[in-house]
Design a binder for this molecule. Structure first.
Ligand code: ZN
Length: 335
């Protein structure tokens, strides 16, 4: 089985944003020489996506278009909380974590439209549509601070007979289950619609998957950006893989702690063993979890290869791989 390298890309290094082609060509050639044959391009930072796609195509690199409901929904209905609840969240967790509420049909439709418009314009240039942060906000903030937007209130009215639940009622196991089930249904519904749209255009649907699916090590300090688990955030990506609702899933296994990296990788191998989707391990050079120096990135790469996975996807905060990373990655791929 061949081993593929991909990377998420913001192309932040580009100075001439309107005419980036000349700057992109040498960088694409460098990536190709490292063995990278797919780039996942973050749409908002690509002011000239046509030139980006052209530079990649000429270097023999496939392009996936990376989108997220977290920041790209126009006029979103955000999570709705009374001001005193926001203040409480900020006091306890040091943050006011506010994503568009994916239970709200307006957000669902807006995100689908965004994807459709994108594919209508650039579909022929792409190999896949890539979903990032396709979920609700971080798990720890769900129970204490349930969204009170009109859609969430209506769903509670339907299932629980009232629009608001007390703290005690929210802890009933059947209520806990249904709140999570509703979230998973909302996000899965979006994923399945996008899968149908992609299929019609002959494109794959891929996703960035939470490293913490169920109960894996996580970041427990403020700000809680890293905190899963995916299952509590409406992102049951293992189910999506099992059912073929996504074609490929890339874990965000960015741990600087080598034992955690191995433990999480092992769990993902077990979870995706019989999956219909392709699973690849995401590795970070640098992320919100910390820095992984070149020798550790090479170690992780060898570990993933030895585990028999078909590829790795790099998250590189700087977008351009320094010569040290380039050398280490090349050596690990050839080993
Ligand atoms: Zn809501």
């Amino acid at each position: 089985m061949s081993f593929n390298l991909s990377c998420w890309d913001h192309a932040r290094q580009v100075k001439n944003k309107q005419e980036p082609y000349d700057e992109l060509c040498p960088e694409m050639a460098r990536k190709k020489a490292m063995g990278i044959d797919c780039v996942i391009a973050f749409m908002p930072t690509m002011s000239n996506f046509a030139q980006y796609c052209r530079a990649a195509r000429e270097a023999g690199i496939a392009v996936q278009s990376w989108i997220t409901p977290r920041t790209l929904i126009e006029n979103p209905v955000d999570r709705c909380l009374p001001e005193e609840q926001w203040q409480k969240m900020e006091k306890i967790h040091g943050i006011r974590l506010n994503f568009p509420c994916l239970n709200h049909p307006q957000n669902q439709e807006s995100f689908i439209s965004l994807a459709q418009d994108l594919l209508a314009e650039y579909g022929s240039e792409l190999s896949a549509l890539h979903l990032d942060a396709i979920r609700f906000e971080n798990a720890i903030l769900q129970y204490e601070f349930p969204c009170e937007c009109e859609a969430c209130r209506a769903l509670r009215k339907k299932f629980f007979g009232k629009e608001e639940l007390s703290a005690k009622e929210r802890l009933e196991p059947s209520v806990v289950y249904k709140e999570i089930d509703i979230k998973n249904d909302s996000v899965s519904g979006i994923v399945r619609r996008l899968k149908t749209i992609c299929e019609k255009q002959g494109l794959a649907l891929t996703m960035a998957a939470r490293a913490n699916y169920l109960n894996q090590p996580d970041i427990f300090v403020n700000p809680v950006w890293g905190l899963g688990p995916a299952l509590l955030e409406g992102q049951d990506w293992v189910k999506w893989c099992d059912n073929g609702w996504v074609d490929e899933a890339y874990s965000m296994n960015y741990h600087p702690n080598e034992a955690y990296f191995s433990q999480v990788l092992e769990e993902h191998m077990r979870l995706t063993r019989d999956s219909k989707a392709v699973f690849k391990c995401g590795i970070a050079t640098e992320s919100s979890m910390g820095v992984n120096p070149p020798e550790r990135v090479a170690k992780y790469l060898r570990e993933v290869k030895e585990a028999g996975l078909p590829g790795c996807v790099f998250f590189n905060k700087n977008d351009v791989f320094s010569p040290e990373y380039e050398k280490a990655i090349k050596a690990a791929v050839l080993a």
